[in-house]
Write a protein that binds this ligand. Structure first.
Ligand code: MG
Length: 306
């Protein structure tokens, strides 16, 4: 039974990141055929936007080194299958395989950009400029990710003005949408609302914004609700909570798609997702990863398998 609350979107587009953001942060490298089946199962469970892989150099992310082999096998599933591209070389590889939606991955902070992306923030923006321009010229949809929007493991809290500045710069490159990442999970609902408001004041429309929360401090759903109340209707999540947080060994990482779906359906918000099929997918994948899903909803609804 659903109990709708006022002021929320009627429908939410869930951007499923488990196969890319999730698996790239798992210790285990999953075989290609398992990834293909994962993406097909996610589509069959009703997810309509499934980030499939990353065309990053295999040396950087060995878990996703099979992008060339994987992508042609999932290109035609009944869902959008965006891929991450780090630079023009990655774009070339993605376009050669027929990718129609790409994503670039930036950082609001210099330390994360330097340590994880090997560039300055301005260097990243300069690297993305021709990627976005060429993609747009080809009619390819571009999502920008902005990581460390709220806090950074080395720098601490990130000033609103800083997040807004880099977010605005990414949108000015021509991105169609922007996903605001709370990469270490430190955001709280008022902070979310403040950042969204500040972005609107910078001229970024709420309809172009998605949110990407991590549950490290147990705030992911509260933050999601704050974003929905602001009018956001694109929410990133990872099936089964795939992808531990690389900055905190014992903590959970990405918001689990099942936990998100439980809340959205409880609010009467349409997602198109069949929760039972999604849970069955996460339980099946847990068998391949050798560990139970950290999703509360998966655990609650499949105690015998977990
Ligand atoms: Mg993430």
């Amino acid at each position: 039974m659903a109990f709708p609350a006022p002021g929320l979107p009627a429908r939410v587009r869930i951007h499923e990141v488990g196969a890319r953001d999730g698996l790239q942060n798992e210790k285990t490298t999953v075989p290609t055929d398992v990834k293909v089946e994962l993406i097909r199962r996610l589509a069959a469970a009703g997810l309509t936007s499934i980030e499939a892989t990353s065309f990053v150099h295999p040396r950087w992310v060995p878990q996703l080194a099979d992008a060339e082999e994987l992508f042609p096998q999932v290109r035609d599933v009944a869902a959008e299958v965006p891929v991450l591209v780090p630079n023009e070389r990655g774009l070339d590889r993605a376009l050669a395989l027929g990718a129609r939606r790409i994503a670039v991955f930036g950082s609001a902070t210099e330390t994360f950009a330097a340590k994880n992306l090997n560039r300055t923030v301005d260097g990243l923006l300069a690297m993305f400029a021709p990627v976005v321009a060429r993609a747009k010229a080809e009619g390819v949809h571009v999502r920008g990710y902005l990581s460390m929007c709220f806090g950074d493991p080395w720098e601490g809290p990130v000033p609103l003005a800083r997040a807004v500045e880099v977010a605005g710069a990414l949108m000015d490159l021509g991105c169609d949408e922007l996903s605001l990442g709370d990469t270490i999970g430190v955001a709280t609902p008022g902070h979310v609302r403040a950042l969204l408001t500040a972005l609107n004041e910078r001229g970024v429309a709420t309809s172009a914004l998605g949110v990407h929360f991590h549950d490290t401090y147990g705030q992911a759903l509260a933050n999601t609700l704050a974003a929905l109340q602001h009018g956001v209707s694109t929410v990133d999540a990872s099936a089964g909570g795939l992808g531990g947080c690389p900055y905190a060994e014992s903590a959970t990482g990405n918001l689990a798609t099942e936990d998100l779906v439980w809340m959205l359906h409880g609010l009467g918000i349409e997602t198109g997702v069949d929760l039972d099929r999604l849970i069955a997918t996460s339980v099946w994948l847990s068998g391949h990863l050798g560990r139970p899903s950290p999703s509360r909803t998966v655990r609650a609804l499949s105690p015998q398998e977990q």
